[in-house]
Design a protein around this ligand. Sequence first.
Ligand code: MOS
Length: 750
Amino acid sequence: MSEISLTQNPAHVRHGSNVGQPLTRRDGLLKVTGAARYAADNHPESMVYAALAVSSIARGRVTALDVAAAKAHPGVIDVMTPENRPPLAEDPDAKNHPFMFRLDVLQNDRVRYPNQPIAVVIADTLEAATEGAALLAPRYDVEPARVGLDGNEVFTPQGVGVGNPPNDSHGDVEAGLAAASRRVEATYETPAQYHNPMEPHAIVAAWDGDRLSIDTPTQGLAMAVGRVAGLFGIAPEDIHIRSPFLGGGFGGKGVMSGPQVLGILAARMVGRPVKLVLRREQMYGPVGHRGPTRQTLRLGTAGDGALTALAHHTRTASSTFDDFFEPASNASHTLYASPAIATSHDGVRLDTGTPMFMRAPGEATGSLALEGALDEMAEACGMDPLDFRLKNYAEVEPTSGKPFSSKALRECYAQGAERFGWAARPLQPRQMRDASGLLVGWGMGTATFPALMFQAEARAAIKSDGTGLMETGAQDMGQGAWTALAQIAADGLGLDIDQVEFRAGTSDLPDAGIAGGSGHTATAGMALHDAGAKVIARLADLATSAENSPLFGAGNAGVVARDGRLFRRDDESRSESYADILARAGLPEIEARGKSAADPAVRNAYAMHAHGAVFAEVKVHPELGQIRVTRLVGAFAAGRVINPRMVESQYLGGMIWGVSFALHEHAITDRRSGRIMNANLAEYHVPVNADIPSVEAILVEEHDPHVNALGIKGVGEIGVTGTAGAIANAVWHATGIRVRHLPIGLEGLL
Ligand code: MOS
């Protein structure tokens, strides 16, 4: 086994054979053969089934439920309503910290959004539970639903969402606009979008006295334990959650939702294990979504195309009872140099479920509007869109003035443009047609996402046979955490990945932090890296202090771990295996705990973001207005690449979500009833293979000596940013029409 040298590795980081390798998913075989056990695949003995009944109104009160009819149905065991729901130790409407979402768990008869749970039917079979729920035939006092971004109570969102102040201002935007030789004002609208992972939220819950065992998909095991412990008044140690695989998360499984808690309550009520799986339409309310936005951009430029001012205002919506908002304007903090930048948000309260994290919350929506407005200004200046972006390239973070910890965006622009063939683009729209007469357009957008890190812990051990064990409660929602983190773990122990048992996905393991904010690899990876370094240091202590070791006297700094052995740095012919070191010491294993936490001093000194450039080609039917994306090229720089195959997949997946954002996803609300009219996969469209002819992701080399010791930024969400804007701009280039109302459909072009 030879060491590989990765050019993107910071020189001070020791690296082994695993990081940087394009390994296939270690869980891939399990998944494609159906052997991977998802939450709803579990059937503990004596398990019964729960089905939700959800509201068919958006606002009002439940006045009657035919519980008797449901109970009379064969197989129905019990019906849980606000009248008999077991007590909770904590108010589900309490909010003790910003990441605590208020839940609807049958605390009263109020209906505050469509598809809100109003009862749970528990039965011997799924069919009986489902039929029982239908027999409840609820009656309501209906109140008028508050829908739409106009005409409802306006509020200023406070420090929720992704935790920024709602309004931010640097320099004098009005003066910058007044002094500008060109001004653009444009308003972009994006719709509400709903999470549609293949696996809906599901739970199998089993009580044993006051001990609770749960199978459920979650992006944050430790937070889920904390939430359940609080709600049920039991000790965290008595809660065991297994979440080995998630069938997609996208932010919607970031925190425990009301339906998951109802599954636990149902199990308590009937004294048997209970399975509760949401039906697809039940995903459209109680488990979060992306709120709609209306974003107004005001830009000014001097005669040479340099920005003089950039103002970005977002109106969005939250629920009537909680305060998460889509912080879209924050996208304008980072990307383009301008002497004056102002960002602001306000919100309206609607009768919807509370919005929450969804695929680059804020950045996805904000970048769509920003990239669109930038393109409009490039057009006004008569400049090529890429030249215009280069003209306004931010050498330091514009709002903070901080240097970037690294920023290879120029290289992304250059490599993406080269691969796409951007140089051949005509400046004016409606200049290109393909052989069949379709209009062809090329557009681009800049991608960016912050390099976030959270706190995490890990445990490392080396066993007497020289193999390793690494544990952290990481969550793999399909992004490849089991593989990428195991690669980091193996390098941390100086072993091949096949010699390391990597445990993740359950709550009894050390807290790996949340799999969100594109920060999981950096966060959990740094904890594994730290644990590995500590256990190797202990092993080195044993060896270098033993007189009969070939490493005697080398000192910790004088040995290097590789291939299951410690070597003297000054004389690599002298080495000793881990097994021999432990045998001499008479130890069955040696272990250490590690942790990761962002260093606040370093975090404060630098702006830390991943960047990218996305280029899109669309073809539009000149008479019918049908739009197809025919080519996408994205070039991304996000620090060190742990596994190029996984990283490429993350970028491709993100870009496909960008196609989805630009052309497909749209939750449609009936303005009279407040109900969502397309709460199903037949009518809520996401792209299929036929929608995605050609997508390419380029991994641009980037060294980041500051972001963390491994140089990792994060790749989960950046792909969706830039892409939707690139497609919208390509549609303009094909047709000469700016469609500012998303998703872009043929009705916008006719
Ligand atoms: Mo992501 S929206 O942080 O799961």
